[in-house]
Design a protein around this ligand. Structure first.
Ligand code: ADP
Length: 208
C-alpha cells in the first residue's frame, strides 16, 4: 500500500515523513527524485541541454536550475516540453524506488508537494494531507528558509489552496500543535495504515 503525503510549503511534510520513518516506514521524496533525474549522466539532462543549449549547464556539467527556470518562465510550450521529458522519468523512478522500499516496509509513503497537481496521486491508495493555518505556514517557512515575505506569498499563491487540498484528502494531520502532537498523530495513523495494509483495505470510509 502506498500513502501519498502532501501539504503546502512549510506545513511539515518532511518532519511527518521522518516521524513515520522512525516507526520503520520507508518513504520516497518526489522533490529528491525530481533533482536526481537531471543529474549529470542522466539521459534527461542530455535531452534538456540538446533542446535549450549547453549554456544551461554549469561548468561542472550539472544543470543550472535558475537559468532553466528563467528560460521557461512565461513560455508555456517550453515548460510543457520540459515536463514531457521530466515527468515520466520522475514517475518511473518513484515507482521503482517504492517497489524496493515495499520489501521491508508494511506500507510506504510518497512525499510530494505536488501530489494532486502532478497526477502522482494516481500512484497512491490513500492521501494524507499535513494541514496548518496559513499563519503557521508563513511563520515556519520564514524561520526555516529565511526567504522574504514576498517570496513566500508568491509560492503560496502558486500552490493549491488549503481548502482544495483538504477536499482531496483521505486523512488529515493537523500540524498546528507542537512536535509531540505531530508524533502522536503519526503513531495513530501508522497503526491504522498497518492494519489497512494487513487486511488489504485502503479504502476505509473517509475520516476527514
Ligand atoms: P515541508 O516539508 O512541508 O516544507 P517541514 O517539515 O520542513 O515542512 O517543516 C517546516 C518547518 O517547520 C521546519 O523547520 C520544521 O522543523 C518545523 N516544524 C514542523 N512541524 C512542526 C511543529 N509541529 N512544531 C514546530 N515546528 C515544526
Amino acid at each position: 500500500m502506498i500513502i501519498g503525503l502532501t501539504g503546502g510549503i512549510g506545513s511539515g511534510k518532511s518532519t511527518v515523513a521522518k516521524a513515520f520513518e522512525a516507526l520503520g516506514i520507508g518513504y520516497v521524496d518526489a522533490d529528491d527524485v525530481a533533482r536526481e533525474i537531471v543529474e549529470p549522466d542522466e539521459p534527461a539532462l542530455s535531452e534538456i541541454a540538446d533542446h535549450f543549449g549547453r549554456h544551461l549547464l554549469k561548468t561542472d556539467g550539472s544543470l543550472d536550475r535558475a537559468a532553466l527556470r528563467e528560460r521557461i518562465f512565461n513560455e508555456p510550450s517550453e515548460r510543457a516540453w520540459l515536463e514531457s521529458v521530466t515527468h515520466p522519468r520522475i514517475r518511473q523512478r518513484i515507482v521503482e524506488r517504492l517497489q524496493v522500499l515495499k520489501r521491508h516496509s508494511p506500507y510506504v509513503l510518497l512525499v510530494s508537494p505536488l501530489l494532486f497537481e502532478s497526477g502522482q496521486a494516481a500512484l497512491v491508495a490513500r492521501t494524507l494531507v499535513v494541514d496548518v493555518s496559513m499563519d503557521t505556514q508563513r511563520e515556519r517557512t520564514l524561520r526555516r528558509d529565511g526567504v522574504s515575505a514576498a517570496q513566500i506569498e508568491a509560492i503560496l499563491a502558486a500552490q493549491l489552496s488549503r481548502e482544495e487540498r483538504l477536499v482531496r484528502a483521505d486523512d488529515v494531520l493537523d500540524n498546528d500543535g507542537d512536535p509531540e502532537r505531530l508524533k502522536a498523530q503519526v503513531a495513530a495513523l501508522d497503526e491504522r495504515y498497518r492494519h489497512m495494509s494487513e487486511t488489504n483495505s485502503p479504502q476505509e470510509p473517509k475520516r476527514s
